[in-house]
Design a protein around this ligand. Sequence first.
Ligand code: JCF
Length: 704
Amino acid sequence: MSASGETAAQLLTQIEAGIAAPDFASFKQRPAKALHSALCESLSQHNRRYYEQDAPSIDDAAYDRLFAALQALEAAFPSLAGVDSPSQRVGGAPLDKFEQAQHLLPMLSLDNAFDADSLLQFDKRIKERLQKAGKPLQPVYVCEPKLDGVALSLLYENGVLQRAATRGDGSVGENITENARTIESVPLQLAGKGFPATLEVRGEVVMPLSAFNLYNQRAEQAGEKTLVNPRNAAAGSLRQLDSRITAQRPLRFFAYSTGYIDDGELPAQHSGVLAALKRWGFLVNEHVQPAAAIEQGIAYCEHIQQLRTGLDYAIDGVVIKVDSFEAQQALGFVSRAPRWAIAYKFPAEEATTTLLDIDWQVGRTGAVTPVAKLEPVFVGGVTVSNATLHNADEIARLDIAIGDRVVIRRAGDVIPQLARKFEAGRGRRKKPAVPAHCPVCGSSIERAEGEAVMRCTGGLLCGAQLKESIVHFASRKAMDIDGLGDKIVEQLVDKGLVSNVADLYSLVHEEVSGLERMADKSAQNLLDALAQSKQTTLPRFLFALGIREVGEATARNLALHFASLEAIYAADRDALLAVDDVGDIVASHIQAFFANTGNKRMIDRLRKAGVQWPALPQTGSNGEAVLAGQTWVVTGKLESMTRDEAKAFLQAQGAKVAGSVSAKTSCVLAGPGAGSKLAKAQQLDVEIIDEAGFLQRFPEASAS
Ligand code: JCF
């Protein structure tokens, strides 16, 4: 009962109707708590009705009244706001960028199986290994639908959500905590008891199909941008710098496993962990089932495939795991994929349509690739009007001609493929001609002996190669120039404003604002983004250069190995081959790139324009990273960098960074507010260093 004698339910109805504006300050604790629960429950229900069922039962004004009441109640009783409340999920001020987040245990990937036979082999391998390890031979499996969304790792300390991170490369992801907080099925505070003090929870974020369809229907009516497919919708929503936008996207988090834990225990089986996760407040997929033998697992795959079209979320297969953690441990890993789990992928969906034409597209490195232009056809959840044909040999192999009926195949997120000819067109069939000259710049096309790829010899004089290389240069993992997408690049090149990436940095306001669909404000934003991008890192810069076969990982290895661009210039073939990931072919591409005077001039111009990066740490005289073999723990608040930045720096020096202190810890970097970890370090007599001491020892840390 409240101060005025109403029950929570009655009060709620009155607030919703706008006839009661209670003075919460006069409430006692108990009725306040009861009303708080009722408000939370009601707001969640209305969210679901609005976003997923398209059946709102109240208008926006009534919803706003309920929300305002919740906020006022929490202002009067701040202790209520700490628990799982919709008020904690509205999103906050936009971020400039996402910080890096180091996973305490790597996020795993899964090996794939495409048929029952591969599942039988999986089972056989497991039994053989278990036998060698002296473990019971008949493993129990756990099967679950494989959600087609975005992987997320949640870190809880003492039951409170500390951080949410995307998978990234499996070791380091992006810190998207503010966005994850807006997802109702992400507990801000764990329920129940018995969870480890430190707990990483892994799972998948999806946008329910009903919510996705509804979102697009509403966006279309409002003349706004629609979302491409539910997976992209989930990924795009999680990557918003403005969490208030994420808060308006109907996302759902399903937990499927744990990562690092400390100070606590988990059940001895995967199925037990899933049950525990449910008790702690997570959604766990309702179709999870044990299988006493692999044959049951295979039957499960067929069963789920039947269910697939009736589900309200996208799935692309089934995950089968060994239930016992003891057996999992005995089985171990091959690189990042566990031997104790496998992803059965559903067969690709196919559809028949007509081949209208063949286009030849020129990529960043000059590769000329045929693309089939198709009569639009709906397959695998999207409408497809282009399909890749890989190369000219593929056209011959498929024996296709314009006007033929062809089968299109699309699996998951991959580019649609032209699988085979279904039926030849009538009359004299027009066989596609293979061009001898670049369709964009007219330069001759070369095809190396024994290679399938045809290449335009125009280099950066070819408009297509130039455009693609600028788009690559500006891309998120390269120079990260926000707002420099393909439409803008197209205009910049076509107008002759940019004929080299270095030209980007001499663009002026009038030139940019003169482009189509470029308001004054966006022009300034682009110039600001260009200016900002000048402060970069060596790995990003190397990747941005677009050297053939030098992807993000190779660029990072090169940077860490040589520590400076000058050292890479100076490296001979053997020196290059000593880098992880660099083989003969990559080494040749790197040497050819830096031997080219045009490339050198471009790099000089970029550096003159102010493109720079902090010096990288030198490796020790033995060539090993300075902190190789050490384990560090970072805790408390830091001033000159975030904890994640400190962790990334330590890792770049070769240290392992752990989430908890043990006797094996080499050193603890502790800022103000460090709690139990600091105490434990003192107790174990582990070296402790404060931020000032850390910066004295590693002055370069504050710049990285
Ligand atoms: O649903 C998924 N996409 C999914 C991915 C489910 C799982 O149980 C997974 C996973 C990726 C890795 N388990 C692992 C170990």
